[in-house]
Design a binder for this molecule. Structure first.
Ligand SMILES: [Zn+2]
Length: 73
């Protein structure tokens, strides 16, 4: 997990909470907005190890398997 204290674009520390998805499993469930430049980004942000785990384990078993997307493509 990477917790940003500053905006990755303009480096401002003026960040405010924007959205939180409490139903979704996996990384990227919270968003913050930079009040200086307007960038909205996931924070905390998943690191490479978390993304690898998510895409190899949860991704296939979460929403997409429920709709049998593999049968559609
Ligand atoms: Zn910014």
């Amino acid at each position: 997990m990477i917790l940003h204290r500053h905006c990755p674009l303009c480096k401002s520390s003026d960040l405010s909470g924007l959205a939180l998805d409490t139903r979704r499993r996996g990384p990227h469930i919270s968003r913050v907005k930079c009040e200086n430049c307007g960038l909205v980004f996931a924070n905390p942000m998943a690191d490479a190890q978390e993304l690898e785990k998510y895409y190899t384990e949860y991704y296939e078993k979460d929403h997409y398997q429920a709709v049998d997307y593999k049968d559609l493509i």
